[in-house]
Design a binder for this molecule. Structure first.
Ligand code: TXA
Ligand code: MG
Length: 340
């Protein structure tokens, strides 16, 4: 199959026919990768089981790991879910459209293939104008995981999508780099209080300011219990190089790179602005951004991992962000990328 790259310019007269072409592919049961405000998604008609099955094949994703359904208005959330609470209404009003996904009891319209047989569905309203236009013109909810091969760093550019999926999907809508760079926050609304399944674009603190206490998943199950939610495998988002984390101090960063040079032939460094790295021909540097500027660091995280991977380093040294605000999402992705 030939994967078409549909390059958008931001000029409506130019873009509209391309979005209509992508929407026609979705309606016909095909696969289209598209930008959201978080990362690129790999979309199919959520009401067409055959089309959704193709997502799992293209991604190499296990059938037990359910997908997020993308819709373009709060009314659509009501159409596909049940037991809509006051808290859910408050969250929709405060954060949608935006990088927040809610897990709610599903209605029968949503295919079992999408939810991996569960009786809940993860649903969100993306903010990116291209994602919204695609959903609107398709006239159907769009099921979409991140548009990478299973386990790989999420794609924040159309090049990343094509690197992983060229020849396996009908088209990618190319609108440049995605603004946030980390995936949506996932909140399970079927527990009381709601449970944070994945930190993401909307910080836990911002959610708590609207609905009160949110439970962290880690607090709610013991080490040796089975995972209470799918898709939480410790290893994920990983480049081919080994990710080596260090404390967020310039000296620690320098020393960790120096140590890595003794064990690995080529070492990559995710460098915060102004931090020093050992001068050595075997070091490759990715200029990450100002430490503490979590928006920039999140925006450039997966780009950095994929860029250093392409430079064929064997290890990537990276300081670990704190557990607060948007930094929590960056920290989570790095810990999973580093997991053996
Ligand atoms: O920002 C995002 O959320 C991106 C863009 C494309 O929207 N999507 C994304 O999808 O990150 P994906 O498939 O890479 O991650 C979705 C996660 C998976 O870990 C999956 O297990 C979880 O959502 N999930 C989906 N449905 C669920 C459900 N019913 N209950 C619990 N977890 C669910
Ligand atoms: Mg993913």
């Amino acid at each position: 199959m030939l994967t078409q790259r549909l390059v958008l310019t931001g000029d409506e007269a130019h873009d509209l026919p391309l979005i209509q072409q992508a929407a026609a592919i979705i309606r016909a049961g095909g696969l289209v990768a598209f930008p959201t405000e978080t990362v690129y998604g790999l979309g199919a008609d959520a009401l067409n089981s055959e089309a959704v099955r193709r997502i799992f094949l293209a991604k190499g994703r296990p059938a037990w790991d359910p997908l997020i359904v993308h819709v373009d208005e709060p009314e659509a959330i009501r159409r596909y879910t049940r037991d809509y609470s006051v808290l859910t209404e408050q969250l929709i009003r405060a954060f949608m459209p935006g990088p927040l996904t809610l897990v709610l009891p599903k209605r029968a319209l949503i295919s079992e293939v999408v939810t991996a047989g569960r009786d809940t569905v993860a649903i969100r309203i993306p903010q990116h104008p291209v994602a919204r236009a695609l959903i609107r013109h398709s006239g159907t909810p769009i099921a979409a995981p991140s548009a990478n091969k299973f386990g790989r760093p999420s794609p924040t550019t159309a090049d990343h999508v094509l690197h992983d999926l060229n020849g396996e999907i009908e088209a990618v809508l190319d609108a440049g780099q995605t603004p946030m760079g980390v995936e949506s926050t996932i909140l399970d609304m079927t527990t009381q209080p709601p449970t944070l399944l994945r930190p993401g674009g909307v910080p836990k603190e911002a959610i708590e300011a609207v609905i009160g206490e949110v439970r962290l998943l880690r607090d709610s199950f013991a080490e040796n219990e089975p995972l209470p939610a799918p898709g939480l495998s410790a290893r994920h988002y990983a480049p081919k190089a080994k990710v080596v984390l260090c404390a967020p101090e310039p000296e620690q960063f320098y020393d960790t790179i120096r140590d890595a040079l003794e064990r690995y032939a080529f070492v990559g460094a995710m460098r915060p602005a102004g931090w020093h790295v050992p001068i050595a021909p075997r070091v490759r540097v990715f200029e990450w951004g100002d430490w503490g500027d979590w928006h920039t660091l999140a925006h450039r995280l997966f780009l950095g991992l994929r860029t250093l991977e392409r430079e064929q380093v064997h290890a990537i040294v990276c300081p670990l962000p704190p557990e607060e605000g948007l930094a929590r999402a960056v920290r989570d992705r790095l810990q999973r990328a580093a997991h053996e």
